[in-house]
Design a protein around this ligand. Structure first.
Ligand SMILES: *Cc1c(COP(=O)(O)O)cnc(C)c1O
Length: 343
């Protein structure tokens, strides 16, 4: 194995990690600091984070029949889900997808089955997936919706068939929900093996480390046995509640990011030699001319912009780079840097 590598971004325009580029206005920041004054740091936090859970329920219209499990980032929820499995269990996802599904499975010694997406569309290969589900009986299937790093929403028809065919759990990872017009939250009542996972990271609170998993109480009750008692610290509990009650601010920022996504996508589509893939998230995957990705990535960084080089991951990602949507001026700097590399 190798550790999850995070590139050093000091001095660079940071468009590599799907962060929201915007900070808070001074008045909002000041009232947030006021609420922090109430935190009793000498006491353990509420182990169930009841107030925060209430706010999350309201903001996401979570039906009362379902429970919510909070994690120290959705990364921790992935870890909790996988730790709940017996050592003989198999885990399935798509290739490419979010790397932590495989990384954590491997660290726990679980078998992991990767099913390649279809080239060009990055759509689910439904016949192959259904065959592999029948053969391997995975205990958990992870589907990122929209998918990272490809940015697309898989066909709902294919996902529904996978949920119906699976004897195990299907986790729909909606990390990019703020930027997409689709969700499985409303489908929970229709499938007893469905779980929906979200995070506040991509919305604009990556520094807090807070994710949540929604599903049937009987499933979450079991997962809760593995959760460490105080996994959501008091500063996160108080700050996330504050932020989610000031959601108009995030709604505005999300709209700006989505408008910029359209602009950057159009620029990429007009660049000779570049193939850009449509995205329902806050990043865009694009393909560079053959064997040029690593050089182009380095040349863009040389010009002060850090994006992500996915080409080393191989498979469908050969020659591919991924850019996170930033502020308009940051995106302009990225476009100009890429253009100058292609000239
Ligand atoms: C970023 C990301 C996560 C991790 O989110 P955290 O809450 O920051 O741990 C999970 N799933 C997908 C698909 C992601 O892209």
């Amino acid at each position: 194995m190798s550790a999850y590598h995070v590139a050093n971004a000091s001095g660079l325009i940071k468009l590599d990690a799907m962060e929201n580029p915007y900070t808070w206005p001074d008045d909002v920041r000041a009232s947030w600091l006021e609420t922090l004054k109430t935190c009793e740091l000498n006491r353990y936090p509420d182990p169930e984070a009841k107030l925060l859970t209430q706010t999350i329920r309201q903001r996401n219209n979570i039906p009362p029949a379902f429970d919510v499990l909070l994690g120290n980032g959705s990364d921790e929820l992935i870890q909790i889900l996988l730790m709940a499995l017996p050592p003989t269990a198999r885990v399935m996802s798509t290739q490419p997808s979010f790397v932590m599904y495989q990384q954590i499975s491997q660290s726990l010694g679980l078998s992991f089955i990767n099913i390649p997406l279809l080239p060009g569309s990055f759509e689910l290969d439904l016949p192959t997936m259904l065959g592999a589900i029948a053969d391997h009986q995975p205990a958990i299937i992870f589907l990122a919706y929209p998918n990272n790093p490809t940015g697309n929403l898989f066909s709902a028809e294919a996902i529904n068939k996978i949920i119906a065919a699976a004897n195990g759990l299907v986790v729909i990872d909606e990390a990019y929900a703020p930027f997409a017009d689709a969700s499985y939250m409303g489908e929970l009542a229709r499938h007893e093996n469905l779980l929906v996972m979200r995070t506040v990271s991509k919305l604009g609170l990556a520094g807090l480390r807070l994710g949540y998993l929604v599903g049937a109480p009987a499933i979450l009750e079991q997962l809760n046995k593995i959760r460490l008692p105080y996994n959501i610290n008091i500063l996160t509990q108080v700050t996330a509640r504050f932020a989610l009650t000031h959601h108009a601010l995030f709604d505005e920022q999300t709209q700006l990011i989505c408008a910029e996504r359209t602009r950057v996508y159009e620029h990429l589509c007009n660049m000779p030699g570049i193939t850009a893939y449509p995205s329902a998230a806050n990043f865009i995957l694009f393909k560079t001319p053959k064997d040029k990705a690593t050089d182009i990535f380095a040349a863009i960084r040389q010009r002060g912009v850090l994006i992500k080089n996915l080409s080393p991951q191989g498979g469908l990602l050969i020659d591919c780079l991924r850019v996170t949507i930033g502020k308009p001026e940051e995106n302009r700097a990225f476009i100009a840097a890429l253009k100058s590399c292609l000239d």
